[in-house]
Design a protein around this ligand. Sequence first.
Ligand SMILES: C=CC1=C(C)c2cc3[nH]c(cc4nc(cc5[nH]c(cc1n2)c(C)c5CCC(=O)O)C(CCC(=O)O)=C4C)c(C)c3C=C
Ligand SMILES: [Fe+2]
Ligand SMILES: [Fe+2]
Length: 363
Amino acid sequence: MAISRQAQRTAVLLINLGTPDAPTAAAVKPYLKQFLSDPRVVEIPKVIWWCILNLIILPIRSGASAKKYASVWMPGPDGGAPLLVHSKNTAKALEQKFIAQGKDVLVDIAMRYGNPSMESVLKKLEAKGMERLLILPLYPQYSATTTASTFDEVFRIVSGWRNQPELRLIKHYHDHPSYINALKEQVEWYWQSHGRPDFAAGDKLLFSFHGVPKRTLDKGDPYHCECHKTGRLLREALGLNAEQAMVTFQSRFGKAEWLKPYTAPTVESLGHQKTRRLDIFCPGFPADCLETLEEIAMEVRDEFLTAGGGEYHYIACLNNSPAWISGLAEIANDHLGGWPQVPESEQALALSMQRAAALADKK
Ligand SMILES: C=CC1=C(C)c2cc3[nH]c(cc4nc(cc5[nH]c(cc1n2)c(C)c5CCC(=O)O)C(CCC(=O)O)=C4C)c(C)c3C=C
Ligand SMILES: [Fe+2]
Ligand SMILES: [Fe+2]
């Protein structure tokens, strides 16, 4: 099919990790298989890992994970996997933000694993006349396991195209003032309605980031440093010290050593110490997902309470918070600068079509 390039449009593509299509073992299995077969994610020799994955992990984990997904699945016609629902809402809100700023930018969301696949969304954008493409991974901290894998997949897909778009990539924004400000506002917004912890009385705030194997740090992956920088900047923005607000790493997978301190044992030990109140926030996850809603808000909560801890407060991820949507627009705008603008008449036409489509969506 011949695709019109007359529109010369710029697109911002948000990319998140991915999630199964349904909370069932049958749907979780292919998603996990695609995810865990990525050599950027699991760096174990191919043949050995193929056997472990297909003969042990997938048969056992698919069913167990499906039950966990079922416990957080969002109901209703706009429901589904939380990661997808929140990421889609973020893309819609960002598109609205650009329209309000008078910018003609296409915005969409794709998943690295599962659906909507990066390939299908890129094809859709190509059909809409995309000529310039900004990749914005929903990973504020760079890691080869996530960001690099996403970039690899973009290159792989467009390498097959005859007419390629101009391409820009956002590597990280772990210390971007707009991101830090959105995190700070999210924590303070929670405290406005649930009271602020009494840090002088020993209450704690914990920043839990997704873990990665320690050997990735030894090999030079900057993820660990970037998580700590985010943690420090957020702590300073909230006026707290390193004892009051700690950084930990969650979601350990397998037997190898991962980044420490681990979230669950830290929380358990705070429970044993009879910590009066523990607030926990996941700054590295822009969207709530299985790892935050099930692991942190349910499993780790139980461990804290069982160990003898007092109040446990889970602070939701940024999701669609106004400060985050403004922050994302600023992060994107920093990288869109200098790209040729479409002629004004074309831009006005594209914008009015976009507005009409947005209005039709609302109805
Ligand atoms: C080898 C294993 C894994 C690495 C390395 C890893 C890195 C990593 N992951 C995220 C973000 C997310 N991970 C999520 C789920 C998830 N992660 C792993 C394993 C590794 N992650 C597994 C097996 C799963 C699936 C769930 C399970 O079966 O327990 C999610 C949530 C997905 C959802 O559907 O809600 C996110 C988000 C980051 C940021 C990261 C490295 C920096
Ligand atoms: Fe993960
Ligand atoms: Fe988990």
